[in-house]
Design a protein around this ligand. Sequence first.
Ligand code: ATR
Length: 277
Amino acid sequence: MSGVTRLAAVIGDPVRHSMSPTIHNAAFAELGLDWTYLALPVPSGRGGDAVEAMRLFGIDGLSVTMPHKDTVAQAVDARTSAVERLGACNCVFRDGDRLVGDNTDGDGWVRAFELDSGLGLADARVAVIGAGGAARAIVEAVGRAGASEIVVVNRTTASAERAAALAEVARIGTVDDLADVDVVVNATSIGMAGGPDAEGIPLSGSWIGQHHVVADIVYQPRSTPLLQEAARRGARTVGGLGMLVHQAATAFERWTNHTAPIDTMTAAVLGAIPPDD
Ligand code: ATR
């Protein structure tokens, strides 16, 4: 590092567990870029101050995680269409003097899914389980990717309706709709190691058939109970690591204007997450 080293950071609360410094610093090193990336704990309600600090300190890239995605979306100078629609921002980059808020979660999932599965989402019928921040970003991006149908299945109907409003082809549905789609993605935390429902599967697995591609955004364990059940029933599976890597890769490209070194970023994630037992 020197006097001209450029700085990127993730803000959140909590944030010390974040994998982002590992992923981005590995990518900067791989490309020989004089950048460094830190995790900065910022308490709830101070996301706007963090955007001001970006201006003050000349920070060139910001990742945004809980609980700041909404406040930062309000505090930036300009927003991508994804942020306009979602009201949530996970990445801030510079465009001249302006700070622009972007949301790379949904496009990161689409990019990872298409690469990992070899299946394009254009004209696909997709079901999204869940209606939280991650699910909303996926619905919005899958809509832009040209899916022919998106079914949102969630425990709480009101939030499912809000998520389904994010894409023209989206509607709310139930477990009965799952047999007839091509792709099903779990966008809840069910099945996450250390979470409240670590052994769980959303909506049992009786709907899973050999024609499905079943995806999970949970990446720890790498093979979740849902993905294990899907594999047992002969479906193809896509794990959650790709979304983690590709949402970071898209942010990296916004900040640096360099193509992200995906293999290096993936290796950094794999090194940081223990393999399943
Ligand atoms: P994130 O921002 O990470 O997506 P979130 O906003 O807390 O997380 O959203 C979590 C999603 O998982 C929600 O759709 C939640 O359902 P509700 O809208 O009904 O709360 C869903 N979810 C979490 N745990 C669940 C469980 N045990 N059973 C069913 N749905 C669950």
